[in-house]
Design a protein around this ligand. Structure first.
Ligand SMILES: Cc1cc2nc3c(=O)[nH]c(=O)nc-3n(C[C@H](O)[C@H](O)[C@H](O)COP(=O)(O)OP(=O)(O)OC[C@H]3O[C@@H](n4cnc5c(N)ncnc54)[C@H](O)[C@@H]3O)c2cc1C
Length: 407
């Protein structure tokens, strides 16, 4: 094949969005993807309902990105949640807002949206080269691939993703390639991952796969209310994922490998109210019945409480306190290959306003490769689309600037 003017590496949502912007600007663009088909993680994201973005107000929305919130402000301003919803509708996939404010395509899936998008990209003239693994740069700064081919496009957009679920394509092997070029990249670490908890046999056998509803978790002074899921290995789900940053800090600080996560099984009530409810159930009833009838705990919540409450408190108030502060001993965070996303990546100050790597002129980067992080809730895809859009625009402007310089 001939060398394209623009090369995008990685056919996930960030790379495909950058390619769309470049092609819409009449630039011949080829997307190089190492897997046999594009956007495998995007398709996987659609399995349990594709949470495309979130409908909360802009400031609350941006705050989800922690240290990267200010940096992302401009990018998400250009392609915000409403724009993403309009884009999805334009591709024949209108969206709806769930009760939690999360936004999904009406089909709930990723595959119809991806099919329509790939058709649109094809009509725009985007070439997609699959089974094409980028391996770095030659001495002459051309892009090299595992099949021995070499291209030197006028502009390159890197969109290789993070390192979670590596079997879907993104495995973080680009980290060494960029570090070798002097780009600062922080280690990729598990985000939106479960925690390991040594449950009793009874909890695992009877309740793995069952939710703990209306709970709150606290670690490192940060509390998140929501829902979590008991798994064979520990605890996962929204409330756990939203604490990713604090859980990583606690795991790093742990000297003996374990750290404490406080579980409130009745966050909607203070201990005195709860004690009052418990007091209404006759003491001669079994403890399980008192917890079920008095505190309204589910069987799985009672099992978890038993696992981490070695001595049954003597009075109702102490019992209430123990329900509101179950001290889970977590033995780690589940590994990157089972995490939903990865934190870490290219330091944001390695990029200019247009998302070009300042040390590598003509090379742009976007998506999960960059050092921003967010909980689940549509924030991950929103930032991937927004930065893909920004990198595509940056690459277009770079090409235009160079064309003017040469003419
Ligand atoms: C189970 C699961 C559910 C999720 N659900 C949601 C959700 O509902 N909402 C949400 O917002 N986010 C969700 N996410 C996260 C979201 O899917 C990712 O954040 C997003 O896909 C990242 O986009 P990206 O384009 O940066 O990278 P990726 O989607 O990972 O794409 C990178 C592409 O680059 C390719 N590549 C890597 N290395 C090379 C190379 N050397 N040469 C060529 N190609 C290469 C990969 O094969 C891959 O196709 C979910 C993730 C998982 C795992």
């Amino acid at each position: 094949m001939s060398t394209p003017a623009a090369a995008v590496i990685g056919a996930g949502p960030a790379g495909l969005k950058a390619a769309e912007v470049l092609a819409a600007g009449s630039v011949p663009v080829t997307v190089f993807e190492k897997m046999p088909s594009p956007a495998r993680k995007f398709l996987m994201a659609g399995r349990g309902g594709l949470n495309l973005t979130h409908s909360e107000p802009p400031e609350a929305f941006l705050s989800r990105y922690g240290h990267a919130a200010d940096w992302l402000r401009g990018r998400i301003g250009t392609l915000g949640p409403q724009d993403l919803r309009a884009w999805s509708a334009m591709l024949g996939q209108p969206t709806f807002e769930g009760s939690s404010g999360r936004v999904f395509p009406e089909s709930f899936k990723a595959s119809p949206l991806l099919r329509a998008w790939l058709r649109q990209l094809d009509q725009l003239g985007v070439r997609l080269e699959t089974r094409k693994q980028w391996t770095g740069w030659t001495n002459g700064s051309a892009l090299s691939f595992s099949d021995g081919s070499v291209f030197k496009p006028a502009v390159t957009v890197l969109a290789l993703g993070g390192a979670s679920w590596p079997r879907l394509g993104a495995d973080g092997s680009w980290v060494g390639l960029l570090r070798a070029r002097g780009v600062r990249v922080s280690d990729l670490r598990a985000s939106n991952a479960g925690i390991s908890v040594a449950w009793s046999q009874q909890t695992v056998q009877r309740f793995a796969g069952q939710p703990l509803k209306r709970i709150a978790l606290t670690v490192g002074g940060e509390t998140v209310a929501g829902e979590a899921m008991i798994s064979q290995a520990g605890l996962e789900g929204g409330a756990v994922y939203a604490l990713s940053r604090w859980l990583r800090e606690a795991a790093d600080a742990a000297t003996d490998g374990s750290f404490e996560v406080c579980l409130d099984l009745k966050p909607g009530m203070d201990a005195e109210q709860l004690a009052g409810r418990l007091a209404k159930v006759a003491r001669k009833q079994s403890l399980s019945n008192r917890l079920r009838k008095g505190a309204g705990l589910s069987p799985q919540a009672i099992s978890v409480w038993r696992d981490f409450t070695p001595q049954v408190p003597a009075d109702d108030l102490a019992l209430a306190h123990s329900i509101k502060a179950v001290s889970l001993s977590a033995t780690g965070i589940q590994p990157l290959d089972r995490a939903i996303s990865s934190a870490g990546g290219i330091a944001l100050d390695e990029l200019d306003e247009a998302l070009m790597l300042t040390r590598l002129p003509g090379v742009f980067a976007c998506g999960e490769m960059l050092d921003w992080d967010a909980p689940t809730g549509g924030y991950l895809l929103q930032a991937c689309f927004a930065t893909g859009d920004a990198a595509g625009r940056g690459a277009l402007a770079w090409l235009e600037h160079n064309r003017m310089e040469q003419s």
